[in-house]
Design a protein around this ligand. Sequence first.
Ligand SMILES: Nc1ncnc2c1ncn2[C@@H]1O[C@H](COP(=O)(O)OP(=O)(O)OP(=O)(O)O)[C@@H](O)[C@H]1O
Length: 577
Amino acid sequence: MVITPDTERRAEQQLAPPTGNPLLRILALTRPQWARLLSAGMLGALASASAVALMALSAWLISRAAQHPAILTLMVAIVGVRTFGIARGVLRYLERLSSHEAALRVLEGLRVAIVTRLALVAPAGLPLWRRSDLLGRTITDVDDIQDLLLRGLLPLFGAAVVCGGATGLFFLILPSAGLVLLACLVAAVVLIPIWLVRRGKDTEAVAASNRAERDALVADTIAASTELNLLGAMGVRLDALRQHEKRAASCGQRRAREAGIAAGSAVGLMGLASIGAIVAAAPQVSAGQLPAVLLAVVALTPLALVEVVTAVGTASSALSKATAAAVRVLAVLDTPDPMPASALSVKPLPANSKGRLIEMRGVSARWPGTDRDAISDVSLVLRPGTSTCLLGPSGSGKSTVLAVLLGFLRPTAGTIIIDGQDASQYEPQEVRNLMGWTGTDAHVFATSVAENLRFARPDADDVEVASAMREAGLGEWLGTLPRGLDTQMGEQGISISGGERQRLLLARALLSHRPVLLADEPTAHVDEPTAAALSRMLLGRRENGQAVLLVTHREADAAAADVVVRMSGGVVSGHSR
Ligand SMILES: Nc1ncnc2c1ncn2[C@@H]1O[C@H](COP(=O)(O)OP(=O)(O)OP(=O)(O)O)[C@@H](O)[C@H]1O
């Protein structure tokens, strides 16, 4: 299937939206860090409160000093100003340490959870997400969620404490000034952020989907640059990229414009609170009902709140961004596990040194997101020391049989039996560890040749690695490598042909020394004499006591196998010995 941004968007729409409030669900996932976040919130609130107290006390001190009192009467205020000045910086530093520690741990937990979930669901097929989009969800969206804590919730907590404290102080000094400050604060930290969140919701959703499409376009364009150049279609791609950039820029401009309006209005409102407080306090001072020094306090304190109230605007933007990111991250975390641990999956697999007898009895299975079984009522037996050929035209269900045996798909009917026992009672990973597998789409890692093979058996020494390569027909090729087994492969390393790649993957499966060897079209990209030699070698592995299942199109392989199973249209159409 060709995946275009449109099919992907449709698939996304078909996925059930995350249940519950996405932000609350993400917050529930941060539970292990709640204590650290709370202490960061308290430290941040104390740092902001110190800044406001510094301004209020300084205002009092300057006004009082202008009245030339005895210097001793100012000593407490002078020490207070110094204390708040120092505390502001120290507390902010401690808050940053604590909040970043918590946020980084949350980030690590989320990324590990996403990758764990992807590793679980990927073998049975992801819901049409592109790799670049998954990367975006794992990196950028998780970063946006981190911002939810650092630039969203913690500043909001600090603002609530400080604004509440300042309003209380104003009510104590002069209730009318308190009312003015309260009205301005409600507008600055409640109404403006609500306006920002409403405006930002659509912008963030458009920006997130535009970013996913743009990343996919860039990744696709780079990967297919040869074809695009040959077809003369590069211009069309670059035009599409320009459109995405324009859309991203317009989202950014809109965001910046709204944030600017919000910040400007918040600053204006604090100025208004300052003027309003002066207007309310001046007659009281003239009438001698309020000490003159407190006029400076009510006039200047709102200005110290500017930093706190503008942070609320930024926090509300971070909330909008984080909500869009949370929806995308939860879509991955909520993807159903195609092999949910059965209530029976509790037993360890008993040891068996004589090899394993694996049977499929009447198995049907379907791929996630499809509405019909890809294989129906398939039965076959894999005996130790026996080779089986699975033949059939393209699309007949051969790879699906392997996916079921490997535990990537749970049968919709029928059972897998291991040594006479239902396999569903064992841990899927333990069952998987019985199988060595090679397939046309297996991955070559960007590391050395030897390390690529050792993924199958980390304790294999160089002699065993080289021997597996020789068995897979790569002895001569190994001799030509500049650094032998240490030669680097993958993106930064040497290039290999399709046939060499396939044999390397086969060598990895041979090295694994598992009781069952599943080989999915291992000779698809090699010439006929090499294919014949490889098939012969693979089917000959039964002599080691392995059960070999060779999936192939080559009729010639059937003659050399102990058992031949033919498939057509998802069912077994023939079985011979
Ligand atoms: N990951 C997947 N998601 C959804 N459907 C799939 C997936 N893999 C295979 N199918 C479907 O299952 C059916 C059987 O495919 P399968 O790959 O098992 O056939 P095959 O005989 O191995 O074909 P080939 O020889 O071309 O590899 C096909 O209709 C195919 O479209």
